[in-house]
Design a protein around this ligand. Structure first.
Ligand SMILES: Nc1ncnc2c1ncn2[C@@H]1O[C@H](COP(=O)(O)OP(=O)(O)OP(=O)(O)O)[C@@H](O)[C@H]1O
Length: 255
């Protein structure tokens, strides 16, 4: 589904991503781990079109999408969520979801005039879908609450919900566990699993919470110093001495 081919990204004289290559299979949940500063978020920004690579290529379903804008990628089904959820604080949870679908007929004043019936039907459809999404996430009790008043975990669920309002194929989740309490975390994991198994979403997940990585992710890709250090199942990656060395910054003898 996604192929990264020798991606490089420089910031001035500093190379944050240094020849990164790996592939993501459709239907997988790939975990992206690595110590602080390994280049994970920069790589996400390259994949999602927020940054242009200095060199290298990105292919999505075989098409070279290197350098496409995040908007263009969004329309192709590649969606990213953020470490800090980007909800509209003053809008309700329901309205936040209704904001998402691109190219609603209601967006355009001229088409409003020409086909107001179509606009009304489309908006009703969007509202229904938004309610269904809130039901799926067990958030109906906060449907009319301002998003700014939701808890950190509820905001993460809402962010996931925004991906469900699109025709997402590949979702990039940036530290979904950060700042989420244990109970909501289990719920978030369960929802990600259902979206993967039943709705066919493919995920790449940056996470420092190894419990979440272990539960959800195969394969796991470990980055260090802008490169892929090792890729494999959770157990083999976790027990690899190079991974321990990267995290601890010192050589550890294999067990
Ligand atoms: N806009 C920028 N300008 C200059 N340097 C940057 C910029 N963005 C990232 N970097 C540097 O690139 C390196 C990789 O950062 P990045 O945020 O991608 O790491 P990360 O693996 O996501 O880390 P963390 O796990 O701490 O979030 C870091 O040394 C960072 O300081």
């Amino acid at each position: 589904m996604l192929e990264l081919d020798q991606l490089v990204r420089d910031f001035g004289g500093f190379r944050a991503v240094n020849g990164c290559s790996f592939s993501v299979a459709e239907g997988s949940i790939t975990g992206l781990i690595g110590p602080n500063g390994a280049g994970k978020t920069t790589l996400f920004n390259l994949i999602a079109g927020a940054l242009r690579p200095t060199s290298g290529h990105i292919r999505f379903f075989g098409e070279d999408v290197t350098g496409l804008s995040s908007d263009a990628l969004f329309h192709k089904g590649l969606v990213r969520t953020f470490q800090i959820p980007h909800e509209f604080h003053r809008l309700t949870a329901l309205e936040n979801l209704m904001m998402v679908p691109p190219k609603q007929p209601g967006e355009n004043l001229f088409s409003n005039w020409l086909s107001w019936g179509k606009v009304r039907n489309s908006e009703a459809g969007v509202e229904r879908k938004a309610y269904e999404t809130l039901e799926f996430l067990d958030l109906t009790h906060v449907a009319h609450e301002r998003a700014g008043n939701l808890s950190g975990g509820q905001k993460k669920l809402l962010e996931l919900g925004r991906t469900m309002m699109t025709d997402a194929r590949l979702v990039l989740l940036d530290e979904p566990a950060a700042g989420v309490n244990r109970t909501l975390l289990r719920k978030l994991e369960a929802k990600i699993k259902i979206l993967n198994k039943e709705r066919g979403y493919t995920f790449i997940l940056i996470e420092h919470d190894m419990e979440m990585i272990e539960k959800l992710c195969t394969p796991v890709v470990c980055m260090a110093e802008g490169k892929v250090l090792i890729e494999g199942d959770f157990q083999s990656v976790r027990s690899d001495p190079r991974v321990l060395e990267a995290y601890l910054g010192e050589t550890v003898e294999p067990a």
